[in-house]
Design a protein around this ligand. Structure first.
Ligand SMILES: NC(=O)c1ccc[n+]([C@@H]2O[C@H](COP(=O)([O-])OP(=O)(O)OC[C@H]3O[C@@H](n4cnc5c(N)ncnc54)[C@H](O)[C@@H]3O)[C@@H](O)[C@H]2O)c1
Length: 454
């Protein structure tokens, strides 16, 4: 257990004054500027521009394989190394890269620890993690300690100790640590962000986000997730194990960690019905998947209250029959945006949703610069309608230009901390649970994320 005698905000401020441009000889990523010495808060940190983003990707299953296909379209990026538990997966992706005229990446595959060689390699300057949830933090920590910037699929952490260790390690090593929350780059989400930033919705009051996606068949399949890792997690945990797709964009609308912070949450889960029913219907009563016990309730609902008095509702359901939705709702004093399908209602006509043609005009007026400039290319490359490509594009743009990343370590762990915190509340019959302030007070003065471009 890590000691939690946290450096206080005042101490952080003192250190910020003392620390300047602490040089690191590692991987050519010399610290260019950071707002503090090693070990102090790194909000807004930016490091020396990378001449090229030399990516080592760990885990080339469904998601990592998609990343390989996307990243070859990103200017300034090159995949120089691939790791996977299975050698054939790594080899197949390497061959595919070669078939596209790209240099052969180095392979680190075939054993559970082979990925460490990728992190240690001098050829890599960004470790891109697309493995099962429980491996995200250990891999990101190892990568940062080896001097690499680390980015990881969602959620980046599954315990509160992991969250703190990521913060402390990113601060100590002065490395970027970003969770790859692609939904922050969705077309509707970035349109909503524009409405919020331009005051169109007035003062923000309430948000709703979710991951409502029936994955029962994929979770139960022996050939879906490697080793059925997602089903294993459902056996071990209740609460919301996958909160960040709905939550991340709402936090950006509301400037959470940048002027406001989460104060406390309450979380309640339904019982578990769907997984057992699915297994019985498809595999029979004797199959082990029918007899296993699953702790994860089918439907989890969480409500967060922020220090400024806003509320955020987050839901999770990956088990029951229903259409996909992340809800993506933001309510302000002057209007509301609600997705699935996308609708907007604004004062003084807020008693009904806008007509399609008015909505189209509003979307044109408040199109986010990232979508305006690169949306067409993003749709062509694909990845959840283009948002995955825009995320990679923006990430590599920031790294090659020495800019801060849009999602820093504090955002990454805060959004992920709902995994353990919701479970804690559920197990206490929905009692309120305090949300840790991973910024240790820096949220009060941190500047909101700007309207960014490439
Ligand atoms: N952001 C999104 O939209 C999105 C979509 C799908 C999945 N994901 C996330 O991506 C991650 C991967 O999901 P997936 O669907 O690709 O799962 P998957 O099971 O298809 O792939 C995981 C890969 O990791 C590899 N792996 C496991 N242990 C390893 C080790 N020790 N060393 C190297 N490789 C190892 C496996 O062999 C497999 O190829 C998860 O965190 C998931 O939540 C995100």
């Amino acid at each position: 257990m890590l000691k939690r005698g946290r450096r206080g905000f005042l101490k952080d401020l003192a250190m910020m004054g003392a620390g300047v441009a602490a040089g690191s000889q590692l991987t050519g990523c010399r610290t260019f500027f950071a707002p503090g010495a090693k070990g102090s808060a790194i909000m807004g940190a930016h490091y020396a521009p990378l001449d090229k983003v030399r990516i080592g990707i760990i885990g080339v299953g469904a998601r990592g394989g998609g990343a390989v296909h996307r990243l070859i379209n990103v200017p300034g990026a090159e995949i120089v190394a691939i790791s996977d538990l299975y050698s054939d997966r790594a080899e197949n992706h390497a061959k595919w890269l070669q078939s596209k005229g790209r240099p052969m990446p180095k392979l680190y595959a075939g054993t559970p620890d082979a990925w460490k060689g990728l992190c240690d390699s001098d050829e890599v300057n960004l470790v891109y993690i697309t493995t099962p949830w429980k491996l995200h933090t250990p891999m990101a920590l190892y990568a940062m300690r080896a001097g690499k910037h680390a980015v990881s699929e969602v959620p980046i952490a599954v315990t509160i100790d992991e969250c703190w260790e990521l913060v402390e390690t990113a601060e100590k090593e002065q490395r970027h640590c970003m969770m790859l929350e692609n939904c922050c780059y969705g077309e509707s989400e970035m349109f909503a962000l524009m409405l919020c930033r331009n005051g169109v919705l007035g003062e923000l009051v309430h948000g709703e986000g979710a991951y409502l996606h029936n994955l029962a068949d994929y979770k139960m399949s022996r050939t879906g997730y490697q080793g059925m890792w997602r089903l294993e997690f459902s056996k071990e945990h209740d609460g919301n194990p996958y909160p960040t797709h709905g939550l991340g964009p709402i936090c950006q609308y509301m400037n959470i960690n940048r002027g406001d912070k989460m104060d406390y949450l309450v979380s309640v889960s339904s019982g578990q019905f769907g997984l057992t029913e699915f297994a019985r219907d498809h595999f029979g009563a004797e199959d082990e998947r029918t007899r296993w016990e699953y702790k994860l309730g089918d439907q989890n609902t969480t409500v967060i209250r922020t220090n400024r008095g806003r509320t955020i509702m987050v839901q999770h359901n990956t088990t029951n029959e229903r259409p996909y939705s992340r809800i993506n709702l933001i309510q302000g004093t002057k209007g509301i945006l609600s997705d699935y399908p996308l609708r907007v209602a604004l004062a003084p006509n807020s008693h009904s949703w806008m007509k399609d043609e008015d909505l189209a005009q509003l979307m044109k007026k408040y199109c986010h610069p990232l979508w305006d400039k690169s949306g067409e290319m993003a749709k062509k490359v694909g990845g959840h309608g283009g948002m995955d490509f825009l995320m990679d594009l923006r990430l590599c743009h920031c790294l090659t230009n020495g800019l801060p990343l849009d999602i820093d370590v504090y955002d990454s762990v805060l959004w992920s901390s709902l995994v353990p915190l919701t479970e804690r509340s559920v197990l206490k019959r929905g009692q309120s649970v305090d949300v840790p302030d991973f910024t240790r007070g820096a949220w009060r003065t941190a500047k909101p994320l700007g309207i960014v471009g490439v």
